[in-house]
Ligand binder design. Structure first.
Ligand code: UDP
Ligand code: MG
Length: 339
């Protein structure tokens, strides 16, 4: 099977979501330009899609300028910050390659690995994951949360998610088409991509450090991603909460029996009503809070979903003259002259 079996204007697109990366962008651009001319030459023309996810720094002006200069580079400017996963979707859906590789802007995922991914794709794999062998100099907290994260997701979701894979992966046009058909708002691509099936494989690489700037995934965001991950692929937490409340109920009934036994058979002293009342209030209160919390999470997601909003909104698209553009506009477009 060859990549050209599927419709796409380019053999390969590279999609990069970008949020406040002004420090990392110059080295990213340099590396991409270099690799376009060297390792990725056999797949040229390579399309580069840069999605600006509502950055508050100079990222968009930099992207804008770069995409004017370089043919086959596309800048997609979202109207605000939609978050990594949705920015990635915006990029994937804007890309026009037969194979589409997504990666971070910080060069933690070495672009040279794309060659291995393309080789696997040309052997017939529709999805190729970039899997980390090491994690560079990442802090302990990040490693531990990552291990926990994969463990929780795998235990609860029931979907086998390849370990140590982030969002550095290749999707064929076909896999991408199927992925785009999944309508959910709380997108967790690492869970959805294994779900779509097709032949999938992994290539291994060493994860390096960020070239510049800081991670946008502090613990709080990782936790949210984990919760989105679990709830988007599984309703097991609902059942867990149910079991847990049954367990607490059993403890409570056992306690009542013990108190009654103690009083009536052993003749123990009781402050009338106090112990039982207090324990009933606390235990039932706990159960109810627990269930409300879990229901609330799901209800919230159902609510989000029935609103059926578009996943993201594109503010403007910057394309230079490229393979798909027979009628290039001359001069700057109205949006781009300021800032
Ligand atoms: N990113 C984004 N929107 C966000 C947060 C992050 O587009 O709201 C981008 C970010 O610029 C980077 C990628 O998503 O290219 C992954 O983020 P980061 O490198 O901070 O995550 P980490 O590699 O530390 O998990
Ligand atoms: Mg990163």
């Amino acid at each position: 099977m060859s990549a050209s079996n599927f419709p796409g204007i380019y053999p390969l697109s590279i999609v990069i979501p970008i949020y406040n990366e002004e420090q990392a962008l110059p080295s990213l651009f340099k590396e991409l330009e270099r690799i376009q001319e060297t390792e990725l030459k056999p797949f040229s023309p390579v399309e580069v899609v840069l999605v600006n996810d509502g950055s508050r720094d100079a990222s968009w002006p930099l992207i804008d300028a770069q995409c004017r200069r370089q043919s086959n580079w596309v800048g997609v400017n979202l109207s605000r910050n939609f978050g990594h996963q949705l920015a990635l979707m915006a990029g994937l859906e804007s890309a026009r390659g037969d194979a589409v590789v997504s990666m971070d802007a910080d060069l933690q995922d070495p672009p040279a690995v794309i060659v291995q991914m393309m080789e696997a794709h040309l052997k017939g794999y529709e999805v190729v994951y970039g899997t980390r062998r090491s994690r560079g100099q990442e802090p302990w907290s990040k490693r531990v949360t990552a291990v926990l994260f994969y463990w929780v997701i795998e235990k609860l979701s029931g979907v086998a998610i390849p370990r140590n894979t982030g969002d550095f992966r290749l999707l064929s046009r076909r896999a991408l088409t199927e992925l785009a058909r999944l309508p959910e708002t709380h997108r967790f691509l690492r869970g959805l991509v294994p779900w779509i099936g097709f032949p999938q494989t992994q290539v291994f690489y060493d994860r390096s450090d960020r070239v510049a700037g800081e991670t946008h995934y502090p613990f709080r965001k990782m936790l949210r991603l984990a919760f989105d991950g679990v709830t988007s692929v599984s309703t097991k937490p609902l059942r867990l909460a149910y079991l847990f409340s049954l367990l607490l109920f059993g403890v409570f009934v056992g306690y009542i029996l013990y108190v009654l036994f103690n009083h009536f058979v052993l003749g123990g002293f009781l402050i009338p009503g106090w112990t039982s009342l207090m324990s009933a209030i606390t235990i039932f209160g706990t159960i109810q809070l627990l269930l409300f919390g879990v229901f609330g999470e799901y209800l919230g997601r159902v609510y989000e979903q029935v609103k059926n909003r578009p996943l993201y909104i594109i503010q403007e698209i910057r394309r230079s003259q490229d393979a798909a553009n027979d009628h290039p506009k001359s001069g700057p477009t109205p949006h781009s002259s300021t800032s």
